[in-house]
Design a protein around this ligand. Sequence first.
Ligand code: TRP
Ligand code: ZN
Length: 903
Amino acid sequence: MKEGQATAIHRLDYAPPAYWIDTVDLTFDLDPAKTRVLNKMRVRRNPDAPAQPLRLDGEELNLARVLVNGAGTSFKLEGGQLVLENLPEGDAPFELEIFTTCAPAKNTQLSGLYVSGDTFFTQCEAEGFRRITYFLDRPDVMASYSVLLRADKAACPVLLSNGNLVEQGALPEGRHFARWQDPHKKPCYLFALVAGKLVAREQQIISRAGQPHLLQVYVRPGDLGKTEHAMNSLMASIAWDEARFGLSLDLERFMIVATSDFNMGAMENKGLNIFNTKYVLASEATATDADFAHIESVVGHEYFHNWTGNRVTCRDWFQLSLKEGLTVFRDQEFSQDMAGSPSARAVKRIEDVRVLRTAQFPEDAGPMAHPVRPDSYVEINNFYTVTIYEKGAEVVRMQHNLVGRKGFARGMKLYFERHDGQAVTCDDFAQAMADANPASPLALHLDGFKRWYSQAGTPRVRAEGAYDAATQRYTLTLTQSCPATPGQPDKRPFVIPVELGLLAQDGSALPLQLEGEAAPGTLSRTVVLQEAGLTLSFVNVPSAPVPSLLRGFSAPVILECDYSDAELLTLLAHDSDAFNRWEASQRLALRIATQAIADSALSTGAEGQIDSKILPASYIEAMRSVLRHPGLDAAFKELVLTLPSETYIAEQLDVVDPQRVHAVREAMRQELAAALQADWAWAWEQHQHTGAYRPDAASAGRRALAGLALAMLCLAARASGDTVWPGKAYQRFKDAGNMTDRFNALSALVASGHALAQPALARFHQLFKDDALVIDKWFALQAGSPDRGGNVLPLVRQLMQHPQFSLKNPNRARSLIFSYCNANPGAFHRQDAAGYVFWSERVMELDAINPQVAARLARALDRWSKLAEPWRTAAREAIARVAARPDLSNDVREVVTRALANV
Ligand code: TRP
Ligand code: ZN
């Protein structure tokens, strides 16, 4: 457990550090049971801070010795901190030497120095460095690091740390050493070391600037064949950052190391990125198209941090989105640029928005809602959230939209000119953007815009249009509001860029001319809503138009507009904006779902399934024409034909009966499967893959649509009793040349509940039993399978007994436990509350092992207060049971306390 008490830290309490640490000289004698760490620092008082003792953070360390300028000194240990009061007078630097030991093999939290499969790894963000040595563990203290690693040569042939390798050699007793020096100053959260038995794929490159660099991807022996895609992604990232932003690699050597025990996706340690194996290892036989795409974007993300995060870092952890929001924006842009065609870019945008709306909107409406720049926290690990990352990226994207692509590049340039080598704030970023674009709407409304950083909650924009045929005038009124969030009862208006266009009833685009403008202009433009309301008067509009609003999802808001079904069908068929075409399909489906959920007249069967027909013929026909459309990309069709998730549907309701939501969505899928059966069969045949496997966007899109078609055909077969398609699915499962097709076929069988699912699962396990990442898929698929008479929970409990299950490995815990609690609402929200009991047991069990991961699981019931009875009471009781535990980590305690407090 953590030392110290759970007290909130407030952004406005920020004060500069009392001391600076200029250099750090670390010596590690690595041993899994007891690692010795000698930490020699050059320290000086901060002349701009009031005189005070030096308080160094430490956690789970054994302190052996403290020396100041080579001599013993008095010290205290207070609440985990090492306090030094008798330090040399004056501002002159002094040498502080601290000798401690720690136990990496016992570190199950995976924060600090730990062992994974006999290899040493570190994870220091956000506050893990204090678990390695006593330090000023805060990002505004930046130092030059020199690191000496010593270890047994047979056990740890590879010794890595940040920067450049300056010396290595043998030592007595079979040991050896390596010395690394980082040429760049950095905060301690970017420190890293890796030591163990690893092999590397290497690549020499010459940058645009003519500089040579060595790139390495380190993995366990045996995994080298799965590193090609990661290396290609790294090379593409380096080229992209040079081309798009003029940012080059500032190190001779850049390393990526993969570990199978990791709390998150990856970490941007300077020159030594450490990755979850999930985001490095890929082969066509073991990884899906989605895995390939994630690897590309995570490799890009960590690499882009080298400038946005490392060269310019955060002043304090409240500014986390300064680096995360900006870097997510950059990785999203990178993936779009890599995807190529406008349609493939739109697909990526839709996928990103889907994540935002299914994960971040609920967060923004729930008990953990917080601004992109939070005002307080108890445990910073709890604030690595979709709000900081994904909403933060939207806030950067809006700035991009308000200053334009070139203006944004200018703003980035100014940001680095001003702040390279500094630890800064979100304000500094927005100020640089505005100052580089003084005439832009961002600069004109900067204070209002910055409310996106300070106010939580998802704004609602209401749009109302009125057409006057006599004057050929179309008046569009936009108004905004934002619901209260914890600690923020009232909100002031946001600055909201709304990209829009008008369509004639026949779907053609109308030129936009606002009252007062001399001539019709473009077909699409961005207006800025920066007060409570805005009225736009379009003139020379020949007939009543259909407005296409918030094109490309130009702001992270909920847009309310009373479209008729016919208008949505027009947008779906004709909008020039691919995002809004997809959005129209989602609105249609959502409307059908919410009406059916409320419709008590629908007849339901014994297992709660809905027997009545729900889908209007117009919707089915629209879906058919999208599916058969000769001009649309397969990836886009797959997105349109996939119904909104249960989570997203639930967010639209005031009171949620999760079983009803599940039943309605299933009924809609079943009906779509049956009504389009011939079309699905056509789509399956048309999108068979030919030739060698390539993970590019176009081929992945074809596989995605074929996969959806197969799933729908198996679903239709379930209802009709037909055995042809399950048979075909089994055949495809057996013969598939790549994991995407194989796993899609397996999922289709599992989802349809066909008897062939069992032999297929067994065969899959047999084939891949030695590949941890594939076994994760095997666990996840079963935990996410549709509930039939309450069978999933017993299955999950049984799988916990499987010899390959371990709660200690975060990937495995996520694959089974999170897949059930977070990703299978129909099976999790049981009438008998057994799902919630299971959840509370696992949260408490995990908390003793790994509080960071436990706290993420703890968030599965965030939205409990929206549930209908009996779920609501049962969920609250489950949370209260967790909260009643006296020995909880700060991480879990903060989550459950907020869940119970903010209703
Ligand atoms: N900074 C990392 C990223 O977004 C993620 C990260 C933060 C992390 N804290 C972590 C990773 C703790 C592992 C463990 O790229
Ligand atoms: Zn990041």
